[in-house]
Design a protein around this ligand. Structure first.
Ligand code: AGP
Length: 594
């Protein structure tokens, strides 16, 4: 995790670095710092958020610098452990994202040679290693230092008296924004959109030597110079502004009708799908994997594909799969990842390549590592998602799964037509849910005083329950459990009492009757029930304490509609509690460690 930036150009670097860092805070926000070069390297860092650093940082003159916002892995979030880190002479400053797995060994070696360390981080070995080899050209010293590192990294190096920044990556994202007479290095595209929409994506093993008017890219380990294409990014700046909203999260929740419309635009206009028949008669078994919310989308995907296409789907938590000894074969695999940089997913993909012939990735980030590992990448049309909690990206992932299933030649024509007609209605139905926001906000007030909330569903709404619980936990810090409704009687009933609300998703589908039975059983344990139910459901009102009505759809689409209700519940509950909604404690948006 962590966000890194670098700037070389004609402007004062400090303002640019701090602005870019504020755009990267979703990657980590327990401490931050900058270093600016101007005859010598000036630095300032602290265990605060970027906004606070802006207030306290002295003004440094200089048109080249680097910066960092941290998510602690090695050492507590303190000012000393914040980046940049330096060598003994304070001439070499380094910011780093990733983990140096052999840092302990390197540190001992360097200490034996007289280097003095001040922090508990793995990063600090990097400037010391560069210092060790600095008799050579800076670029050679960096190259040699990098060749000693094991693990994953994206780094930017500022060396006193050298008018370029050196940047490199291995299994951690890094882009370079190409402006007129200025270049910006960053962990991710949103950081640079205030300055340019032209970017180079560095590849693993690349070392870039960046000046205001040139980017030279070399391959590590003595490789030659390589050309990296400049890509035009069509995200615009407004997409990364909060606008009139109090939080990015609620802005992103509200963007969902547009996200769905955008995702469907090409699909319906062209009457074909770019990935026509990716799931076809050759697909006898499919594995779908992801982490967190993306895993929940995978679970929904399993229901969609099994139900519509009759293909067996296995789902895997990437964080578990990555350590699995024996990999069971499958004819195709889909990895779902908003960021495209989740370490558990990337390592799972690597592992999967040995036994699965066709690998698809569903991701929201063009140029991401996952997309480069796949045979086919399906880009979601969610636009940049800033808030740490995933909302619109989850919905966009589901839309791609529907499109994938509906495009398969295994599907009967009449069912395809009927499903497509319903899919077209989804933006309007989600808008209808958003119109009942104030009512949902009122119910959420009740939840903000609770210490535990259960979410239950059956069938395709079971993963929705898991997702609702995850959303509430991560942004409101209230303990929440997502359960298959039928499982409550196998243990969790012991937890239920009148202070433990249960949010029940109940769709008009094959599991309607068993869901009604579950709700009766829950009521018999005195728990208040908040039902999220189809508008046409006449029976639920007399059973539940509160009923949130949702527009009617086939239950296969209810994960989208119900998902939005649960996002609003989590948002307003967290808001009533006064939580830092967009940047929850201990979390980061892009989880690049395993
Ligand atoms: C969800 O709100 C999360 N913050 C988290 O669970 C996330 O979905 C997970 O880390 C996977 O991220 P990815 O989609 O970028 O791979």
């Amino acid at each position: 995790m962590c966000g890194i930036v670098g700037y070389v150009g004609l402007r004062e670097a400090q303002g640019v670095l701090l602005n870019c860092l504020s755009r990267l805070e979703y990657r980590g926000y327990d401490s931050c710092g900058i270093a600016v070069s101007n005859g010598h390297i000036a630095q300032f860092k602290d265990a605060v958020r970027v906004g606070a650093l802006k207030e306290t940082c002295p003004i440094f003159e200089g048109t080249a610098g680097i910066g960092h916002t941290r998510w602690a892995t090695h050492g507590l979030p303190t000012a000393i452990n914040a980046h940049p880190h330096f060598d003994c002479s304070q001439r070499i400053a380094v910011v780093h994202n990733g983990i140096i797995s052999n840092y302990d060994q390197l540190r001992k070696l360097l200490i034996d040679e007289g280097h003095l360390f001040v922090s508990d981080t793995d990063t600090e070995v990097i400037p010391h290693l560069i210092e060790k080899y600095l008799d050579d050209e800076p670029i050679t010293a960096v190259e040699v230092a990098l060749s000693k590192l094991e693990g994953s990294f994206a780094i930017a190096v500022l060396i006193d008296g050298y008018d370029r920044i050196i940047a490199s990556r291995k299994e951690s994202p890094l882009v370079i924004g190409i402006g007129d007479n200025e270049k910006i290095i960053a962990s991710d595209v949103p950081a640079i959109l205030d300055y340019t929409n032209r970017v180079i994506y560095l590849e693993d093993g690349d070392i870039a030597i960046v000046s205001n008017n040139e980017v030279q890219v070399k391959q590590n380990h003595g490789g030659g110079t390589v050309n990296r294409e400049i890509h035009l990014i069509d995200w615009d700046r407004k997409q990364i502004e909060k606008g009139a909203y109090d939080h990015y999260l609620i802005k992103e929740i509200h963007e969902q009708p547009k996200v769905i419309r955008d995702s469907l635009a090409n699909y319906f206009e062209r009457e074909t799908y770019d990935f026509q028949s990716l799931i076809d008669s050759e697909t006898s078994s499919l594995v779908i994997l992801g982490c967190g919310t993306s895993y929940h989308a995978a679970l929904v995907g399993k229901h969609i594909i099994e139900e519509l296409l009759g293909i067996q789907v296995r789902t895997e938590l990437a964080s578990e799969f990555v350590n699995r000894g024996r990999v069971m074969p499958a004819s195709a695999a889909i990895a779902i990842t908003q960021s495209g940089e989740t370490a558990d997913v990337l390592l799972s993909l690597k592992k999967m390549k040995q036994s699965v012939a066709r690998i698809f990735v569903i991701t929201n980030v063009p140029g991401s590592s996952a997309s480069r590992m796949a045979n086919h990448t399906i880009f979601t049309n969610a636009g940049p998602e800033v808030s740490v909690a995933a909302t619109k990206s989850y919905t966009a992932q589901l839309i791609e799964l529907y499109k994938l299933a509906l495009s398969s030649n295994l599907l009967e024509h009449s069912i395809r037509k009927q499903m497509q007609a319903e899919l077209r209605q989804l933006p309007a139905l989600v808008k209808q849910v958003l119109d009942s926001e104030s009512e949902i906000a009122n119910y959420s007030r009740m939840l903000s005083d609770c210490s535990t909330v259960f979410y239950v569903g059956r069938g395709i709404n079971f993963p929705v329950a898991l997702e609702g619980a995850l959303k509430l936990k991560e942004i409101s810090y209230i303990h929440a459990e997502g359960y298959a409704a039928g499982e409550l009687k196998h243990g969790p009933f012991a937890m239920l009492d009148k202070r433990t609300p249960v949010i029940a998703m109940i769709a008009k589908d094959d599991v309607y009757d068993p869901m009604i039975s579950s709700i009766k059983e829950i009521k018999a344990r005195s728990s208040p029930v908040i039902a999220v139910a189809d508008e046409s459901d006449d029976s639920i009102g007399s059973l539940a304490d509160v009923t949130i009505r949702v527009p009617h759809t086939s239950s296969i689409f209810s994960p989208v509609i119900n998902g939005v209700v649960l996002q609003l519940i989590a948002y307003y509950t967290a808001k009533y509690k006064g939580c830092p909604i967009d940047f929850p404690r201990n979390l980061a948006k892009s989880v690049t460690v395993i």
